[in-house]
Each structure stands twice: as C-alpha cells, then as structure tokens.
Design a protein around this ligand. Structure first.
Ligand SMILES: Nc1ncnc2c1ncn2[C@@H]1O[C@H](COP(=O)(O)OP(=O)(O)OP(=O)(O)O)[C@@H](O)[C@H]1O
Length: 283
C-alpha cells in the first residue's frame, strides 16, 4: 500500500480544528499559518525538524500558549486555556511529583479537578496502573522507577482522566531504543483497546509512521504545513519492510524539499481512513 497525500474534504466535525495558527515568542515567529483537523480516534502526528514549532503547536492545543493569529477549537469551542479534556504527557521524566507514590501520582489530577471521590480516584488509579503494566508498583516512588516506567505512570495518569484528547510531546525520545520501541508497542495496544484521540509530537520519521494514522509534515523554522499524509497502513510489524523504508525516504524528501510534491502545501485536510473512500493522491 502506498503513502497518500490527503486531499481537502468537509462534512465531518473534527474534535480539534487548528485554523491559520501562527505562534510567536516575543515577536519571533515559531509557526506560520498552520491548519489541521484532528478527528475522534485519530493518532495525529506533528512531524518536523527541530525548532519547527511542533511543541509550540501542542502547547497551543493544550491551552498553555495563545496564537498570535488564527485559532484552535475543541468541539467547535475556542481553546482559551488548559482543561481536563486535554492532558499532556511530556518527554521529561520529572513530570511526576517525586514525593508522591505511583498511585498518588495517578490519583492527583482526579482529586485536583474534583471529578471523583477519593475512593473512586484510588480505584481508577489501580485500574490504569494495571493497564499500563505497572501492577505491583503502586506504592513505589518515581525515583525508584526506570524512565520507561515513569512514562507509563504519566500515561496512566493521563488516561485515568479520560480526556477528550491525549497530547504527547516526544514522550519516548529520552528512552533507549529498545524501551522506546516497547513503549510505542504499548501505546498502540492501549489505542487498539481504548480508541482515544491522540496528538503526538515527534521529529522521528519512523516513530511518526509507527504511531500515527495521519501525519502533518512541517517545514523548518518557522513551521508551515508541507503536506498531510495518511499512514494508517504502517506499524511496528511493517517497520523495516521495503514499503516502510520507501515511505521514510519519501517523507524525508517532503520535509527537506528534495521531493517536488513538497511544494504542494495542502491546507486543512482529511478524515480518518474508513470514513472516506476517495483516498487522495498516491505518492
Ligand atoms: N519559551 C520560548 N521562548 C522563546 N522562544 C521559544 C520558546 N519556546 C520555543 N521557542 C522557539 O520557538 C521555535 C519553535 O520551538 P518548538 O520547541 O516549538 O519547536 P520543536 O519543533 O518542538 O523543536 P524540538 O523538536 O527541538 O523540540 C524555536 O525557534 C524555539 O527557539
């Protein structure tokens, strides 16, 4: 199966819509006029070279920063700040308060947002800790865990909140290669079971293909949309295949301008595979 550039479409309401988003830090432009839609159940990846504004876009979706122009909406309502409907998992291992146990860490946002009683928060925490394969580590403190285990806690904490959207900012980038692969596999397994909506940032082409069903390619700084691709056909099993290698090469060409198709910048596009049959342009 070939990689496809997705062509514009309409009709289905996206969960998240970014429209003409330009982000700035003190007058310096980080992204320029970026538009994309994320649909329920998407594993939507922002892919681009270092400094192109991927993290900034994710932070804007999370409500931590405000666009200089353009807008981001969730379910049609403009994002005006952070909310429990969008939970972020960061790359850094220090995102877990070290004085809290694994269980207390997972319970913490549930209690903070007063969503559930302490008893229910504890029950939910145990459920999600088991789901991410950390049963038996409930009473451990973060400093006694490996990097991969800490990221599992962060994922459990995020999923326990049952957010509309899980936002992940290079969550596996600081892990060794084997653990990174394992975590990608685990994330895929969790998605197969729960079908949550994921917005995932990476600068690894391979990771984008393995994790995402749709990929937004961003140009180097300041980030602009280069293309949007359907990539649902790839996974860890197909990684290393000739098709996977060809897709990797093609994306590299699109990102760094050696591929003529990179010049056809596409605007907001696409719905998830299965909802639309007319495909797009095969690369
Ligand atoms: N807090 C900040 N203050 C000033 N400039 C910033 C800030 N955060 C990011 N930038 C700048 O905005 C641009 C985009 O940064 P961002 O971290 O969003 O890119 P990125 O694609 O996620 O990069 P990386 O893959 O290296 O994390 C860069 O030029 C960066 O220097």
């Amino acid at each position: 199966m070939s990689l496809q550039i997705v062509s514009p479409t309409g009709g289905i309401q996206p969960l998240l819509r970014a429209e003409g988003v330009s982000l700035e830090y003190g007058g310096t432009r980080a992204t320029h006029d970026v538009s994309f839609d994320v649909y329920r159940g998407d594993r939507f990846v922002l892919l681009g070279p270092s400094g192109c504004g991927k993290s900034s876009l994710l932070k804007a979706a999370a409500g931590f920063i405000k666009p200089a122009s353009g807008s981001i909406a969730i379910n049609g309502a403009e994002v005006r700040g952070p909310g429990p409907d969008r939970i972020v998992v960061f790359q850094e291992f220090d995102q877990l308060p070290p004085w809290k146990t694994v269980k207390e860490n997972v319970m913490f946002p549930l209690l903070m947002t007063k969503r559930v009683s302490r008893h229910e928060a504890a029950e939910r925490a145990m459920h999600w800790i088991a789901k991410v394969g950390l049963g038996g580590f409930e009473d451990a403190h973060p400093h006694t865990l490996s990097g991969g285990m800490k990221q599992r806690v962060a994922i459990a904490r995020a999923l326990a909140m049952q957010p509309e959207m899980l936002l992940m900012d290079e969550p596996f980038a600081a892990l060794d290669a084997l653990t990174r692969r394992k975590m990608q596999e685990e994330l895929g397994r969790l998605w197969e079971e729960l079908r949550f909506t994921l917005l995932f940032v990476t600068h690894s082409i391979e990771e984008a293909l393995v994790v995402g069903n749709r990929i937004l390619l961003l140009s180097p700084h300041p980030g602009q949309v280069r293309a949007e691709l359907n990539s649902h056909q790839f996974d860890l099993v197909s990684a290393g295949s000739a098709e996977f290698q060809a897709a990797t090469q093609r994306i590299h060409g699109l990102l760094f301008g050696t591929d003529p198709a990179a010049r056809c910048t596409l605007g907001r596009t696409g719905v998830p595979p299965g909802l639309r049959r007319d495909g797009g342009v095969a690369l």
